[in-house]
Design a protein around this ligand. Sequence first.
Ligand code: C5P
Length: 302
Amino acid sequence: MTDKALCAVVVERAYAKINLSLDVLGIRPDGYHDLRSVMQTISLHDTLTFQLGTSYITDGDAHPSDFALIDKAIAATCEAAGFEGHISYDIDKRIPVAAGLGGGSADAVAAIRGTCRLIAATRDHGDSEGGMVDLGLDLHAIAESLGSDVPYFLTGGTALVEGRGERVTPLDHAEEKRFVLVGTDLPVSTAAVFQELGDADWGDGHATDRVLDALKEGRVIFGGNDLTAAALRRFPGIREAFGVFGTGEPSDSIAMSGSGGTIVGCYETESEAEEAVATARKRMRWAITGESRRRDEPAFKG
Ligand code: C5P
């Protein structure tokens, strides 16, 4: 290994997602649910710094278990590549945890990318300046082993996600929108929301069809989220976040993301979004703005 590799530090951004739609089609023999969803990457991100070494340095405010998936992603990638060194990381955590924004999964994919880049450096493969280095690994299999929505983050941008979450079809990029994300501090367990689902909650895929039809016409809407009623029953505090927006009910421009509890409002202009976020901050523990992000945008701009 060269001295250059020993000193290598790689920085990766992990971008959050929101769900423009989420249909729950039914339960599968493996206990998971068949889903249909259009996901959209947004500008809100964590920043992870990876280097060769043994000590783990993590964000002071967060609980170590928040990062268990990063540890697993590093270990799975090292194992697949036959790499026996240790990789440490530091994280600047901005994406709220257990909030339906895929932060843990986005971090896991950033860890796969960062680990590949470090391994490539030890093998003098050069560096891809933030892209995915091709070590010939089955990245989809690694991602799928880490969690249902992890494969989406290998693709990012606007994408149709189906099955358990493993079938990801990239879509043309949606028109850029401003989003306002609002939440409580209440962590929402994805498993608990899925457990709460009853027959009446299941959909037929039409929420995603609505979004796909709108996208074809160049419009961005929220098509519906079949987890909303179950999440509100199990975690009634989420209703407070809905209440920040207009009618307080889901609509084409207001929706819960994933299994909640983040509620997202969609706006045309930055000034509309700034006004909405200022109102929300008076009432809620946190409110943030974000905008759509394309899969082909460079990780670091400017
Ligand atoms: O796969 P992951 O660990 O991210 O999923 C978290 C929980 O969400 C699972 O334990 C399961 O209860 C639920 N889930 C599901 N069907 C999916 C994805 C997740 O039932 N397609």
